[in-house]
Design a protein around this ligand. Structure first.
Ligand code: DAH
Length: 356
């Protein structure tokens, strides 16, 4: 730099009155001193000195003719040197800006591990309900639902429960309005079977539905019973439906849920609304037991009692049907190896997390 200044001093010194040389000197000073501390300042600087049309260097080149011949060469060299200085100062400033950007680092640290999104899971009861529903839907069953607050007629009478049947007892049933001479009681349904009645009230055969839902019983709470639980009811009414149809569909269902080699038995039983009635057991393998396992009851079922059909105006000479009802907690506990029903209702995240 000092070298170029010396040249310009000499040029100036030799032609003190020369305006073009004065202009060159002023320009050199400005090129040297302009502060380039922002990107905007650098842009303005570039335009001011280097712009092809109006840049001050271009302007100065146009004045070469004004310069005395013996100084023309030196004048031209000085201008080129000034231009080179502009370019190098721009480059240096730009490099400095780029460096501060890098030093600051990127706005995000891409090497940090991501923050996991906490994801909930379906409750094991919901999972079992959905699985069972899906299996029966694949056999052509529709899904129906009914109210959890029922009247005595749908929950008991229409299902052929005799008036003095022990299931009506206050000990089992949560009554909302106790039976009186004015009406026969409003209650929390004790099973999903009343929805059978509601479906048959509204639809003529053929009928093929399953009914998932919550039921309530006033029982002592223990590892195996709770005051509420879930059931899936099934009902199939058509011409010529037999016990063989019932057995085959339940067997197919058990194979889907418990494996192709599931061992299953129908054990004679009693329900007011079916005749004949049975309970279905599956063989639950358990190496720790002396027999290598034990029978576990998974549902009740049977052929719909003609009394039930006739009570709803369905001709029991023409139509027959089967019904079944299963406890979901029981099935979920078997499938997932849960040994205390109460844990299903405690909302313990350590338990629920295992079902995601
Ligand atoms: N409702 C019966 C219960 O809660 C279960 C049941 C048994 C339902 C036999 C049925 C059936 O549809 O046919 O214990």
């Amino acid at each position: 730099m000092s070298d170029e200044n010396t040249h310009s001093d000499q040029a100036h010194g030799a032609n003190g009155a020369d305006a073009a040389l004065q202009a060159l000197k002023a320009l050199q000073a400005e090129i040297q001193e302009t502060v380039l501390d922002t990107v905007g300042a650098v842009d303005a600087y570039r335009i001011r000195f280097l712009s092809r049309k109006q840049g001050q260097i271009t302007e100065l080149l146009k004045r070469i003719p004004e310069v005395a011949n013996e100084h023309k060469k030196r004048f031209g060299q000085e201008i080129n040197a000034a231009k080179a200085l502009v370019e190098s100062r721009i480059e240096t400033a730009a490099a400095a800006f780029a460096e501060t950007e890098t030093a600051k680092g990127p706005a995000f640290d891409l090497t940090l591990p991501g923050r996991a999104v906490a994801q909930g899971s379906l409750h094991p009861i919901t999972q079992a309900l959905r699985l069972i529903t899906r299996v029966f839907e694949s056999y052509g069953f529709d899904v129906a639902e009914g109210p959890e607050i029922e009247d005595d007629w749908h929950n008991f009478t229409a299902l052929n429960f005799p008036p003095d049947h022990p299931a009506r007892d206050m000990q089992d049933t949560f009554f909302i309005e106790a039976p009186s001479h004015a009406h026969d009681g409003i209650l929390l349904r004790t099973h999903t079977s009343p929805v059978q009645i509601r479906v048959m009230e509204n639809k003529k055969p053929p009928i093929r539905v399953i009914v998932p839902g919550r039921v309530y019983r006033n029982e002592a709470i223990s590892y195996k019973s709770y005051c509420l639980f879930h059931q899936v009811e099934g009902l199939y009414i058509d011409e010529g439906v037999t016990m063989a149809d019932l057995k085959q569909i339940i067997h197919a269902f058990a194979r889907t849920l418990f494996g192709e080699d599931v061992k299953m038995r129908f054990r004679p039983s009693f329900f007011p609304f079916t005749e004949p009635s049975a309970e279905v057991d599956i063989w639950w393998k358990d190496e720790n037991l002396p027999d290598g396992g034990r029978w576990m009851e998974i549902m009740g079922c049977g052929m719909v009692d003609p009394n039930v059909l006739e009570g709803l105006g369905i001709d029991s000479e023409k139509y027959t049907g089967y019904a079944f009802g299963m406890g979901i907690e029981r099935i979920a506990m078997l499938r997932y190896g849960i040994d205390d029903i109460r844990i299903l209702y405690e909302n313990d995240i350590r338990f629920l997390e295992q079902f995601s």
